[in-house]
Ligand binder design. Structure first.
Ligand SMILES: Cc1cc2nc3c(=O)[nH]c(=O)nc-3n(C[C@H](O)[C@H](O)[C@H](O)COP(=O)(O)OP(=O)(O)OC[C@H]3O[C@@H](n4cnc5c(N)ncnc54)[C@H](O)[C@@H]3O)c2cc1C
Length: 387
């Protein structure tokens, strides 16, 4: 039987959270075992290079690194350089592309006007007012009350209904606290990010580098749940997976939304490649008759590699929202009071049964976190870890 007692810490999950914890604790001279059930590190941010075309494929959907956190930026840039990519996402309606989030150009294009900032702001306020909704009772009413019927119906309604797979009138108004509208030409998606970009060698390589340390042993294709009975109960464990799964769904399934990706290689010299030739990394699909929500063209993240951009092949991915089924890919937690309550019950049960296990990462915390947030939380966590 395996002797685990030579390790000071076991980290389950080699995503950004687990890799940060392992890297920091190994830096203290402690021995860390990282168990990852997939056949690669980097968790959901994982990307790898297609050797033929040089295109970096983001296996679980587009990932753009962006942060306002200087300490996280300083930490992550020890392992990689980033290119100067600035994320913009047009949204497609009736075959035409509009800047998203809504800006001055979106408004003028949709209404066929040529308004300046002040005029447009007044106009949108009047459109919202026209609807006469004082106490919005659901997502749809809230959306209309914020930007008026036309902007809401064109850009928000169908996209959200596809995302949540239900009518906007069934969704809570509380999901939509605001709809960002910019009365300028600024079309940056991450407007407040002090730093953003794509790692020049991809996400898989960053995490490999974080885990490159004589004090770290990484074992891929190992599910912790299958080996947990062999592990001493006094060995500290950081678990970056789903707590309901760990406890065999004893209290029920923690709800998530999931995604399905449909990928295709296209040649930009043919009609099939026309969409890719537009040169955007992501296009949002606003219309109800298009079942997917986003189309990704990963090559356009690689602005530091012109040879990748000019070669004619493109990897095109259509992203479909999907229901989550137990054991499937958990993407977006559904954070309402009922689910939070279930999560808290699981946390209590875990502490009773396995006081040596601490939950970590976006799955363990049952939260949606961007990569920088996962790293931030891991950096904070290791400060509390007395080993
Ligand atoms: C579609 C999508 C797009 C996103 N885009 C962005 C973006 O553009 N920018 C951004 O900053 N963030 C983005 N994110 C968020 C980003 O993916 C997360 O912040 C990041 O993956 C969190 O890292 P983590 O380590 O917490 O979790 P994960 O990356 O999920 O890692 C957890 C790891 O634990 C492993 N694991 C789970 N259970 C077990 C077990 N029992 N045994 C062994 N291993 C186990 C899993 O296999 C996984 O590899 C996006 C997320 C999604 C869903």
């Amino acid at each position: 039987m395996e002797d685990y007692s030579k390790f000071d810490l076991i980290v389950v999950g080699a995503g950004f959270y687990g890799a940060t914890v392992a890297n920091k604790i190994a830096g203290r001279g402690k021995k860390v075992l990282v168990l990852e059930r997939r056949n690669h590190v980097a968790g959901n941010a994982y990307s790898y290079r297609d050797e033929k075309t040089g295109i970096e494929i983001h296996k679980y959907g587009s990932h753009i690194f962006h942060t306002e956190d200087e300490e996280v930026w300083k930490y992550i840039t020890k392992f990689t350089d980033f290119n100067d990519y600035v994320h913009t996402v047009p949204t497609r309606h009736d075959g035409k592309l509009y800047p998203m989030p809504i800006n001055l150009d979106t408004i003028n294009l949709l209404y066929g006007t040529n308004m300046g900032p002040e005029e447009a702001e007044k106009f949108v306020a009047e459109e919202a007012e026209k609807a006469g909704i004082k106490n919005p009772k659901n997502f749809e009413e809230k959306g209309i009350s914020l930007v008026g019927e036309k902007l809401y119906t064109t850009f928000i309604k169908n996209y959200s209904e596809k995302q949540w797979s239900t009518s906007a009138t069934n969704l809570s108004a509380s999901i939509l606290s605001r709809i960002p509208v910019r009365y300028s030409h600024d079309d940056r998606y991450f407007m407040t990010a002090k730093h953003q970009g794509i790692p020049v060698n991809g996400y898989g390589k960053i995490v490999e580098k974080m885990l490159e340390n004589d004090n770290i042993e990484v074992r891929l294709n190992v599910d912790f749940i299958a080996v947990m009975d062999e592990i001493p109960t006094d060995l500290p464990i950081v678990y970056c997976g789903q707590v309901d799964e760990l406890l065999d769904y004893e209290l029920g399934v923690l709800p998530y939304r999931s995604l399905k990706f449909e990928a295709e290689w296209v040649d930009e010299r043919t009609e099939d490649g026309a969409d890719s030739k537009l040169g955007h990394a992501v296009i949002n699909e606003a219309d109800a008759d298009v079942a997917y929500t986003r189309t990704h063209f990963y090559k356009y993240y690689q602005i530091h590699e012109p040879e990748v951009l000019i070669q004619p092949r493109s990897y095109t991915v259509r992203e479909y929202p999907a229901d989550f089924v137990r054991g499937g890919e958990a993407y977006y937690p559904i954070n309402n009071a009922e689910n939070e309550n279930l999560y808290n019950q699981y946390v209590e049960l875990l502490h009773e049964r396995y006081p040596n296990i601490t939950l970590g990462g976006r799955l363990g915390a049952y939260q949606y976190w961007d990569m920088d947030k996962a790293i931030r939380n891991a950096l904070d966590f290791v400060e509390t870890l007395e080993i």
